[in-house]
Design a protein around this ligand. Structure first.
Ligand code: HEM
Length: 518
């Protein structure tokens, strides 16, 4: 049997390097020329933090129009941690200017303050590369940002992106993964030699963090909970295979379980998550090695960050009898393993039964003003980071991007949103519809009927997930994979949760907090 590599190498036998760790993103649209080493020069728009204050400031909570549950945003974050990481270079700073007297970041009107920001790692690429779109800089050179992860949906979140990481996280007994004992069910392991996890909030010592295959695993409680469920499922399968196949060696037990977990993640993402997000998703039509698997820069830098607007103010804990327990503000859940002190069941009920925030231009204060700490103490603003990221990657303006992905450019503010308050915020921030940042324009759009995002993000997100599926030689719906994975017990996310926790009374489709009208 042939198993996937951890780096993505040799998945595509015609193009063995496609989608491999540390290779450049591809582009759907020609970038605005971006200066690789200096500062991007943007003069027709307010600064990132100014746009954040004028556009993203969330004054009141608006629940998801589609009644999505909080699981929707957490699974989205889990999916992107499977596909992309724009690793930054600490020595290439492009600080974000803080407007004088900014209520959170310069309350004493000191002036000239900045928020830390590092630029994404780049690589020089061949300007005529037919698989991407690029522009020459003033020295005639072309660059592209690098994806630190393999672009394949290959559960690197659990198993890591290298043989070495995976070896550290494996138990090397019975095909199982390392976990730590908890009376309410196993949790991911802590303090695993060879594994170093991000700890941006520096709330706890690194030894207290949970160790998983992707550095951002402790980012928030919901995300860690998903990791936990799938790790339990891995070990459940490994034990099942060990008893049904006494002839399988440790490696075979491990690889079969891993292959099933990858299948399970692909299955949940395509049959439940994407159909919820996009209204429907086309059926699988087979493998094509000429489809480039790599994540598009527009997907990871712009469209798929829509998720930052769905995140709500709290991690909700709901007891077995349905009582809502004391919620944890989301800002207190960042890199906080203690939030799992009572296990994951109450958190799962909270994620499933609570409605998330609507996808729109509004971002909760915990993300906009308290990202990983209080302002002035490491506190940052996710909206302005996203905008800076878009600008430094040379993502074209909203209308230019729309034109390049085959959509009609908008002419007037009301072409974007029917909501007068959103139109006003756009008008007050930009001089013309042609100046709008693509990230802002995309979020401002009315949702497509039956979907959770507007037209521009709909196109970019569907395009990506079609390639992610078509360009994967190990896609679970290929006949050979179905044969290999025939003992997997792949099912809905709801079923996976029920068989690995004590959570019972949850809907069949846990991405909706309320039953859907038939
Ligand atoms: C509490 C929840 C979340 C937090 C605190 C968070 C935080 C962050 C941070 C700090 C970044 C890096 C920003 C930068 O410097 O450019 C980021 C990137 C990103 N986030 Fe989130 N995020 C959350 C949830 C989500 C969700 C729900 C989604 C999607 C459904 C999402 C999608 C993304 C994407 C696509 C990127 C870019 C990935 C890359 O290429 O590096 N995030 N997030």
């Amino acid at each position: 049997e042939e198993w996937r590599t951890y780096t993505g190498e040799n998945n595509n036998l015609l193009h063995p390097n496609w989608g491999v760790v540390d290779t450049p993103f591809i582009r759907l649209a020609k970038p605005v020329q971006f200066n690789a080493y200096g500062y991007p020069n943007i003069t027709n728009r307010p600064t990132s933090r100014e746009v954040s204050n004028m556009i993203f400031d969330q004054q009141s909570f608006i629940n998801s129009k589609e009644h999505y549950s909080d699981m929707m945003n957490m699974w989205g974050q889990f999916v992107i941690h499977n596909m992309a990481l724009s690793k930054v270079d600490a020595d290439r700073a492009w600080p974000i200017a803080v407007p004088t007297c900014d209520p959170y970041f310069d309350p004493f009107c000191n002036g000239n303050l900045t928020m830390a920001y590092s630029r994404t790692r780049i690589q020089e690429i061949y300007c005529e590369d037919p698989t991407t779109k690029t522009v020459k800089d003033e020295n005639g050179k072309c660059y592209e940002q690098l994806n630190r992860l393999s672009a394949y949906m290959d559960a690197n979140v659990l198993y890591g992106s290298s043989d070495n990481t995976c070896n550290c996280l494996r138990l090397h007994k019975g095909g199982e993964m390392k976990m730590s004992y908890h009376e309410n069910g196993d949790l991911p392991p802590r303090d695993v030699p060879g594994i170093s996890m991000d700890n941006d909030a520096r709330l706890v010592a690194p030894t207290e963090l949970f160790c998983v295959g992707e550095g951002r695993g402790n980012e928030n409680t919901g995300l860690l909970t998903i990791h936990t469920v799938l790790l339990r499922e891995h070990n459940r399968l490994a034990r099942k295979f060990a008893s049904s196949h006494p002839d399988w060696d440790e490696e075979t037990l491990f690889q079969h379980s891993r292959s099933c977990i990858i299948e399970q993640i692909q299955h949940i993402t395509y049959t439940e998550y994407l159909t919820a997000l996009l209204g429907s998703f086309p059926e699988y039509t087979g493998y094509n090695p000429n489809v480039h698997i790599q994540v598009s820069n527009e997907f990871t830098t712009t469209a798929f960050r829509f998720g930052h607007s769905e995140v709500g103010p709290n991690i909700e804990y709901i007891a077995e009898n349905g009582t809502r327990l004391k919620p944890l503000p989301i800002k207190s859940s960042y890199f906080n393993p203690k939030a799992l002190d009572n296990g994951i069941d109450d958190i799962l009920r909270g994620l499933i039964l609570n409605e998330e925030q609507n996808v729109d231009i509004f971002m909760i204060g915990d993300l906009r003003n308290f990202l990983f700490g209080r302002p002035g103490q490491g506190g940052l603003d996710l909206a302005s980071r996203n905008l800076n990221r878009n600008r430094e990657h040379g993502i074209p303006s909203y209308n230019s991007l729309r034109r390049q992905i085959g959509l009609r450019p908008v002419k007037v503010w009301s072409d974007i949103s029917s909501n007068p308050m959103i139109q006003d915020r756009l008008k007050n921030t930009y001089k013309s519809v042609d100046d709008i940042d693509a990230y802002v324009g995309g979020l401002a759009e009315d949702h497509i009927e039956g979907a959770g995002v507007g037209q521009t993000f709909y196109v970019i997100i569907s395009e990506q997930f079609l390639r992610t599926r078509t360009g994967d030689r190990f896609w679970y719906e290929r006949p050979a994979m179905k044969l290999l994975n025939r003992e997997c017990e792949t099912s809905t996310f709801s079923e996976v949760i029920k068989r690995n926790t004590k959570v019972r009374d949850i809907p069949d489709n846990i991405f909706f907090a309320k039953p859907q009208p038939v």
